[in-house]
Write a protein that binds this ligand. Structure first.
Ligand code: FES
Ligand code: FE2
Length: 467
């Protein structure tokens, strides 16, 4: 018989459910026992608190350098529910600005990407340099003659901190947030591997085309947790596997199937990040490429170079992961980043980009374009399987009966350990563990309940494993 649990999820200030009228996340997220109340996925007040406490404070993925190679180049991105501009100014400095005019809030940039000398607001013409300064207010000399204002104080709102990891640009609104490296913790190691080119060197990678964007009726957290390392959902992809184009079949792989598939290891960190690693057996090469001979040769040659350059580390593939809160990635097959931007509690705007080695021959890029779009994105067969699960799971949380029953995240409780090759808390196959997901929600609850970074306890390894 199902057990009905009483989780305090009151947000109206009733005793036991709220702290000064505010939602108390640790009452809803029991990460130590792997039980989470469904209302965190659909409640409007919880969502508002989430935007303030999680998205306004966290380091968020913005975009990639290859999207803005020249001075004046810009692309739009998002931080939480707000539009931001990623741009390179006339001197080549990279900035991230809130896409909101300081006069009356109109978007100063309404193109997804392009090159601009300045950002001219279409409402009343206030004009901002690509470095953010307010340079022109039409009619300024007359209108503000009696009461001039200091234009230097009315430039575009800029993020507090910005960081670059192998060309990926990250930013936070919070000046008191830890450094990007501390925020990433042991996951810095994983992202370095995931974002390196196929040969494991410092060669450049670049975006293939523009971001794909689409909206799904799902809460963003259900997307983030899926990519954090939900190993148990391969059953969802049975149909694409059957026709030979899924992630578990050699015909869907860019690196071919191996004699011995090696090991799988789940890794999480106290900062709430999670990744699933593939570990190749020592000395084994990929084989059985189901692609054209020149493309197969490219992957094989680069695989060999990677092993030479990285030694034992070259055996590690960060297959899929999530950087808290909402940046998810596939490290090699395919190599892509998905950001699940929140559009309210019940909708998520998905932004997916794909990467290729800059030096890869056109034939390889063309192969990857076909492979990526068949696998991921709104038309991707594998992504469609996932989305169907997330959409129904979110809808279930709105049921007046269903909302009383928590979700179960108990797989692999109390089994996390360490691994000689990988930093972080590790659980290895054949144990199917939900440690990464528990870790993500544990961090989410901590941030939801904390007033600021200063009051946020430094995470410990035990937080990461939720053992
Ligand atoms: S809102 Fe931008 S100039 Fe008025
Ligand atoms: Fe999936």
């Amino acid at each position: 018989m199902n057990r009905r649990i009483h989780i305090n999820l009151d947000v109206s200030g009733k005793p036991g459910g709220a702290d000064n009228g505010r939602f108390v996340a640790r009452d809803a997220v029991d990460s130590a026992n792997g039980e989470i109340a469904r209302r965190i996925y659909v409640d409007e007040d919880i969502y508002k608190q989430e935007i303030q406490h999680v998205f306004k404070r966290s380091w968020l993925y913005i975009g990639h350098e290859s999207q803005i190679p020249k001075p004046g180049d810009f692309v739009l991105s998002r931080m939480g529910d707000e539009s931001v501009i990623l741009t390179r100014d006339a001197k080549g400095v990279v900035h991230v600005f809130l896409n909101s005019c300081r006069h009356r809030g109109m978007k100063v940039c309404r193109y997804d990407e392009g090159n601009a000398r300045n950002f001219v607001c279409p409402y009343h013409g206030w004009t901002f340099k690509t470095s953010g300064e307010l340079m022109l207010v039409p009619g300024y000399d007359e209108a503000y003659k009696a009461a001039p204002f200091d234009k230097a104080k009315w430039g575009l709102v800029e993020v507090a901190q910005i960081a670059n990891l192998r060309g990926t640009i990250w930013a936070t609104w919070d000046a008191s947030a830890p450094s990007f490296k501390d925020y990433m913790g042991d996951m810095y190691f994983s992202m370095n591997l995931a974002l390196s080119p196929w040969n494991g060197s410092d060669d450049e990678i670049e975006l293939l085309g523009s971001p794909q964007k689409w909206v799904i009726p799902s809460n963003w957290k259900i997307v983030a947790e899926n990519f954090a390392g939900d190993m148990a959902h391969t059953i969802s992809h049975a149909s694409v596997d059957k026709v030979g184009i899924g992630p578990n079949n050699k015909d869907g792989m860019t690196e071919g199937r191996r004699d011995d598939p090696g090991e799988l290891a789940l890794c999480t960190t106290p900062q709430g990040h999670g990744v699933l690693y593939g570990i190749s057996p020592e000395g084994q090469e990929p084989r059985d490429y189901a692609v054209s001979p020149p493309t197969a040769a490219y992957f094989l040659e680069n695989w060999r170079e990677r092993q030479k350059l990285q030694g034992n580390k070259g055996r590690l593939t960060p297959v899929v992961g999530t950087i808290f809160p909402n940046m998810s990635f596939h490290g090699q097959q395919p190599r892509t980043i998905l950001v699940s931007h929140p559009n309210g509690p019940n909708h998520t705007e998905m932004w997916r980009v794909y990467f290729v080695d800059k030096k890869a021959p056109p034939e390889v890029k063309a192969f990857l374009r076909r492979y990526y779009t068949r696998y991921s994105g709104p038309a991707g067969m594998t992504e469609q399987d996932d989305m169907e699960n997330w959409n129904y799971a979110t809808a279930s949380c709105r049921g007046s009966v269903a909302e009383e029953y928590p979700f179960n995240y108990k797989a692999g409780l109390h089994v996390g350990g360490t691994h000689p090759m990988i930093p972080g808390v590790i659980t290895q196959h054949p144990i199917t563990s939900e440690q990464n997901v528990r870790s993500l929600y544990h961090r989410w609850a901590e941030m939801m309940d904390a007033e600021s970074w200063d009051s946020l306890r430094a995470p410990t390894a035990a937080d990461g494993g939720r053992q």
